[in-house]
Design a protein around this ligand. Structure first.
Ligand SMILES: Nc1nc2c(c(=O)[nH]1)N[C@H]1C(S)=C(S)[C@@H](COP(=O)(O)O)O[C@H]1N2
Ligand SMILES: [Mo]
Length: 374
């Protein structure tokens, strides 16, 4: 392809993306999703284990897909009994020749940019408007570097990562104590790191200050906050209470595996959700509708995302953001044109179906709107 044509195509793709990603002057109104309950968005509620904050996904636009810490979703607030962070240390022990203590000072000195990654709570749901999900640019130290500082004993196949979780106030819906046992190879292959910073600043208390785990591509129940202990264990280790709490939500089969090694990696399959339905003035009067949404969970490359408005309609490809492949999540849009009054259920699917999409397959991220006459 001649360079000029390629440049032209790139420029027009960018212009097209910019046109629908920018908050449009012509937008008349946003059609609300129905039957999702009244969970508050963009507001921090509750204390300690019960603290929650959900992001309003409908506000996402253009390039601004990294979420400031003040807006980043929260599941569990900073424990009120957290020890002083300046003397924080992470203790590594278990099946190793000698235990090791890593000071927070060392982690702060060694911290480097770790890239942009998304966290999604495995308990994200329609009742939370799918707002337990956010992306940020992280900094920290790869776990590989800590593990390389220790001589492992034979049989050390798994890694237990635990965080501080001593709260005065308990929560009916959550167990205290967050820890996850990973296969050593899986953890290293995922590029797991101990994060000390987010979006250029230190972690906020509610996001794990002074140090948390991030396992790119895995559900955030594995992203242990206030990490204080890393233990090398063997294949006989039983799953932790936190793993059992999250077994169903991380698609374990059977739902209660007897051993940690029987847990599947808690990875996020490719997924997509509509975030707003915009009504615009149509060219011949009346209203035309545009659906804007997100896609995330693994590289979308080569597998077009398709949308369907109601089960009796055919799937049609969406218009994707040009740079989707390099981002932890990306916006897409779909021009739905004129719509008859009525109720619409919006479903998404990846056309090629070459990859596992467990949640999309069961309609987990479907949302509904009611289009009124006019
Ligand atoms: N110590 C500790 N770490 C934890 C949890 C917890 O309750 N305690 N919750 C986990 C869950 S279920 C999620 S979804 C993420 C949420 O991270 P965030 O609040 O920074 O968004 O933290 C994880 N790490
Ligand atoms: Mo979670």
């Amino acid at each position: 392809m001649p360079l000029t044509r390629r440049r032209f195509l790139a420029a027009s793709a960018r212009a097209a993306a910019a046109a629908w990603l920018a908050p449009s002057e012509a937008r008349r109104f946003t059609v609300p999703f129905v039957d999702e309950g009244a969970f508050p968005l963009e507001r921090t509620i509750g204390e300690g284990l019960g603290r929650r904050r959900a992001l309003d996904l409908s506000t996402l636009n253009g390039e601004a897909l990294l979420i400031r810490q003040e807006r980043f979703f929260i599941r569990t607030g900073c424990p009120d009994r957290l020890p002083p962070v300046d003397s924080w240390k992470v203790v590594l022990h278990g099946l190793v020749e000698a235990p090791l203590e890593v000071s927070i000072g060392w982690l702060w000195r060694e911290a480097a940019p770790m890239g942009e990654h998304l966290l999604e709570c495995a308990g994200n749901s329609r009742a939370l408007h799918f707002g337990l999900m956010s992306a940020a640019a992280w900094s920290g130290v790869r776990l590989e570097r800590l593990l390389a500082r220790m001589r492992r004993r034979p049989g050390a196949t798994r890694v237990l990562v635990s965080g501080f979780d001593d709260h005065t106030r308990l929560d009916r819906g959550s167990l205290a104590g967050a820890s996850w046992i990973f296969g050593l190879e899986e953890l290293l292959a995922a590029g797991a790191f101990l994060a000390t910073g987010m979006n250029g600043g230190p972690l906020a208390p509610d996001h794990g200050h002074p140090v948390r785990l991030v396992v790119p591509g895995w559900y955030a129940c594995t992203a242990i906050k206030w990490v204080n202990e890393i233990v090398l264990v063997d294949d006989r280790a039983a799953p932790t209470g936190h793993m059992r709490e999250y077994a169903a939500r991380t698609h374990q089969d059977p739902v209660a595996p007897a051993l940690a090694r029987d847990f599947r990696p808690a990875t996020i399959d490719p997924a997509a959700v509509p975030v707003r339905v915009e009504a615009h003035a149509g060219p011949e009067g009346g209203l035309v509708y545009r659906v804007v949404g997100l896609q995330w969970g693994g590289p979308p490359a080569g597998e077009g995302l398709s949308i369907r408005l109601n089960p009796d309609h055919a799937y049609r490809p969406v218009q994707e953001a040009a740079h989707a492949g390099s981002m932890p999540w990306a916006l897409w849009s779909h021009e739905a044109g004129r719509l008859r009054p009525g109720r619409y259920r919006i479903d998404l699917a990846f056309a090629g179906r070459t990859r596992r999409t467990r949640r999309l397959d069961r309609g987990f991220y479907a949302r509904e709107v009611v289009i009124e006459a006019g």
